[in-house]
Design a protein around this ligand. Structure first.
Ligand code: NDP
Length: 262
């Protein structure tokens, strides 16, 4: 699918795996030049070299760092400016969920989770904002259905997700009309996180298809399956594109019907 990104520059945090990597591919396939980051340098470099081979040497910029390090995020923004000269779209995707009940969650866990969820949005937005304003660009935040539909076994992730959603709403008003701010609420998307949980399954004899099928049934997903990362990426690419030019402060749920709120 082509979302019309010719001449545009996009930044995707957490672009080396899962939803982020699928988004990078959709954006490159739609004509954008893309800068991506992640912490694990060797995995990022492997991914980036395949992307350069597939889409062209001068269309991919990669840099390994944590989005929680403000100096690194600012350095990345400088590098994007020097290399590509602009930034039209920021996709704040980096992160992961934390599985723990209230009883299992320590004070440090709460602090770590809030830091990850809030600052993985705040730091990149601050660093890329001048370029986004100049380009009349867009921010798309990858968030979770947990923001509206909390799960007791993911108590701190759910609550931090709700805080992020609240912040994004304010941001969408403050940055309008220069920069649009939207979010995508993920249900269960088959990505690195779920691959790791599948690998750690209790009964190692259960096949991948059976494990994912049982998971979809247990969760009551009306579509009867997990989402594919590309399906999530398509929603992100749409919200960041010119086709969504009058959409800001909105959230789009990509959950196969799992959302119960109206
Ligand atoms: P993956 O584990 O497949 O990908 C996560 C990506 O983020 C990797 O590239 C990882 O690379 C990077 N990353 C993680 N932490 C940081 C950090 N501090 N700084 C920079 N990069 C980082 O997971 P998903 O694709 O599933 O997750 C993408 C986003 O979607 C996450 O925010 C996740 O919480 C959210 N989400 C996913 C759902 C799902 O069902 N898959 C459901 C709800 C939300 P590295 O480890 O090398 O840093």
């Amino acid at each position: 699918m082509n979302f019309g990104y010719d001449g545009s520059v996009a930044v995707v945090t957490g672009g080396s795996s899962g939803i982020g990597l699928a988004t990078v591919r959709v954006l490159l396939g739609s004509g954008a030049r893309v800068a991506l980051c992640a912490r694990n340098a060797s995995r990022l470099e492997d991914v980036a070299s395949v992307l350069r081979r597939d889409y062209g040497e001068d269309r991919v910029l990669s840099r390994a760092f944590s989005v929680l390090d403000a100096d690194e995020v600012n350095g990345f923004a400088d590098e994007v400016k020097q290399t590509f000269g602009r930034c039209d779209l920021l996709v704040n995707n980096a992160g992961q969920g934390r599985l723990s009940t209230f009883a299992e969650t320590s004070d440090q866990d709460w602090r770590d989770e809030y830091e990850l969820k809030i600052f993985s949005q705040v730091l990149p937005v601050r660093a890329f904002l001048p370029m986004l304003r100049e380009a009349q660009g867009a921010i798309v935040a990858v968030n979770s259905l947990l923001a509206y539909q909390p799960e007791p076994h993911m108590v701190c992730t759910s609550s931090a997700r709700a805080g992020v959603q609240n912040m994004l709403k304010s941001l969408s008003v403050e940055l309008a009309p220069d920069v649009r701010v939207n979010s995508v609420l993920m249900g269960l998307i088959e990505s690195g996180q779920w691959t790791r949980r599948f690998a750690a399954r209790e009964d190692q004899s259960v096949s991948r298809a059976d494990w994912y099928g049982a998971l979809a049934e247990k969760k009551g997903i009306p579509m009867g399956r997990l989402g594919d990362p590309e399906e999530a990426a398509n929603a992100i690419a749409f919200l960041g594109s010119r086709a969504a030019s009058y959409i800001t402060g909105a959230q789009l749920d990509v959950s196969g019907g799992l959302a119960r709120h109206i």
